[in-house]
Design a protein. Sequence first.
Length: 145
Amino acid sequence: MQREALSWQGILLRFGGALVLVYASFNPEGWSLYHWIVQPVVQGAGLASMVTPFKVLALLVLVIGWAIFVQATKRSLGTRGALLVVALLAAVVWLLSYWGVLALESSRTVAHVVLVAITVLLTIGMSWSHVTRQLTGQIDTDEVD
């Protein structure tokens, strides 16, 4: 069985999918599932009036997307690897802030930086098995009990 090599197009597709998933779930601009479903319920709108088939479908699609991305990230990076990626991303953000590239005074800017960092983490998690296979020649497998 021939395996596909990881390409920049593949990484960009994973990044785009993760970006849509993260920003559709929550974003500081007010156009997200959180603002559409959760916030009105928290503010006192009745849950029964907020539940529609389209909202339930959108919620289920996002939950499935999160399950796929998080499971792949967990399997390929593990907890330690994910923490290392988060530490690396935090150091990059700190460096960019130190150089004056990022101005982190606004909570909206900080929210976008965090959302992009989550997107990058999920992208790396979805791509890491391909990277390690190309670097080492070893294939990741799931343990079957």
